[in-house]
Design a protein around this ligand. Structure first.
Ligand code: FAD
Length: 372
């Protein structure tokens, strides 16, 4: 039997490990549009600060060789032919499968004007992170404006500040990490950020990026002000990579639709990780829970079920921690009041939507935005 895995993120690589542990004779193939061995996105900031490879290539650079996985780096999936059991690739022969795992993760979601302009950076992949850091190391970027005061915006700000860049963060809410922290805890985190040299501009609405000569030339604020710097970074949220599934019958709303065994709407096709709209363990609400432990748990469930198991997914957790601030910050479960707000919304007939708080954001239901 041949299993093809789309994606070499935590979900893809853990699924490969679990499949190989169960069956030595399986044919396994893994496709990623990135040129690197499988890596851990949460370890990127640390990697650029201390140069250590081990946490980044967390399963070892040789993981695919060890697991006898036929690895296809720098290969982009353009579509899935579900009836023909084939994955179509950009500029390379199609790959046939008996079972397919879609673990295509997520990318930047930036519901602001001109976010696609050259010169607007993000930190969603190793290539994107390398582009930012190399601009800094070449001396091209001595100042930066980051749009988004959520968890990822904070992480990028700390990295850039440690690399000697003068950093300002623009956050729409009045406190940092609004999807993760209450105002009291955020106040402590905010003070620690300021002490690390990061300028916090909170309660300020960024409308988008100004353009000059086809490149980003500032962040336009609702107040009319233009914030300028050498480097612009968007850290406003993430959205699942699902566009290549169009026409395949594998249904996706915001994220891929799965049942409680993480099967998609097409037989022999499963999905796991940031690309999936899974049920919350506590509330049952379905949305994209884009965190590492959920991707790993889902991958293990998929691996068992692909090989004939009957494992029900217990549901995704809400948690996160910020490691680089020098303060032990960890948030688990619903933010105080969030559940009450959701219940009030349901009673008011708004269903179980978890709307992004941006009026211009199309990410509903199932949004995963950083409350930027
Ligand atoms: C900077 C940063 C810090 C983070 N910190 C934390 C943290 O501290 N704690 C935490 O729990 N989570 C953290 N996360 C989130 C965590 O990294 C993700 O939840 C996790 O990586 C999801 O794993 P995944 O395998 O589903 O997707 P991803 O890691 O997004 O991997 C997706 C894979 O799919 C491939 N792919 C996508 N589309 C295609 C295509 N069309 N063709 C071929 N390949 C494709 C990509 O190349 C990639 O290999 C962080 C994320 C970032 C970016």
């Amino acid at each position: 039997m041949k299993v093809v895995i789309i994606g070499s993120g935590p979900a893809g690589v853990v699924a490969a490990e679990a499949l190989r542990a169960r069956d030595r004779s399986l044919e396994l193939a893994m496709i990623t549009q990135e040129p690197y061995p499988p890596y851990s996105p949460p370890a990127m900031a640390d990697h650029f600060l201390n140069g250590r490879d081990e946490p980044l290539f967390w399963r070892g650079r040789d993981v695919c060789e060890r697991l006898a996985v036929d690895y296809h780096p720098s290969s982009r999936v353009t579509s899935v032919d579900a009836a023909g059991h084939r994955v179509l690739l950009d500029g390379a022969p199609a790959l046939a499968w008996d079972r397919l795992l879609v673990a295509s993760g997520s990318r930047l979601h930036a519901p602001v004007e001109n976010a696609e302009l050259p010169g607007v950076h993000d930190f969603k992949s190793l290539a994107a992170a390398e582009e930012i850091v190399s601009r800094v190391r070449r001396g091209e970027a001595r100042s930066a404006v980051i749009v988004g005061a959520g968890f990822i915006g904070m992480e990028i700000a700390l990295l850039l500040a440690d690399l000697g860049v003068r950093v300002a963060i623009i956050g729409r809410r009045g406190w940092v990490m609004p999807r993760m922290l209450d105002t009291e805890t955020a106040e402590i985190a905010g003070r620690a950020m300021t002490a690390r040299g990061v300028e916090l501009r909170l309660g300020v609405e960024a409308l988008g990026f100004a353009e000059r000569d086809g490149r980003a030339a500032g962040v336009r604020m609702a107040s009319g002000e233009l914030a300028t710097a050498d480097l612009y970074v968007a850290a406003t949220g993430v959205k699942p990579n699902v566009s290549f599934l169009a026409g395949s019958g594998i249904e996706a709303a915001w994220g891929i639709t799965v049942d409680d065994h993480l099967r998609t709407t097409v037989p022999d096709v499963w999905a796991a990780g940031d690309a999936v709209e899974a049920a919350d363990r506590a509330t049952g609400e379905r949305y994209v829970h884009a965190i590492f432990p959920n991707a790993v748990d889902q991958a293990r469930v998929v691996a068992a079920n692909m090989l004939g198991g009957d494992v029900t997914y217990a549901g995704a957790e809400s948690m996160n921690s910020l490691k680089h601030l020098g303060l032990p910050i960890m948030a688990v479960g619903a933010l105080a009041g969030a559940l009450v707000a959701a219940l009030a919304g349901a009673l008011a007939g708004e269903g179980s939507e978890r709307p992004c708080s941006s009026a211009s954001c199309a990410a509903k239901p199932g949004a995963m935005c950083f409350g930027w």
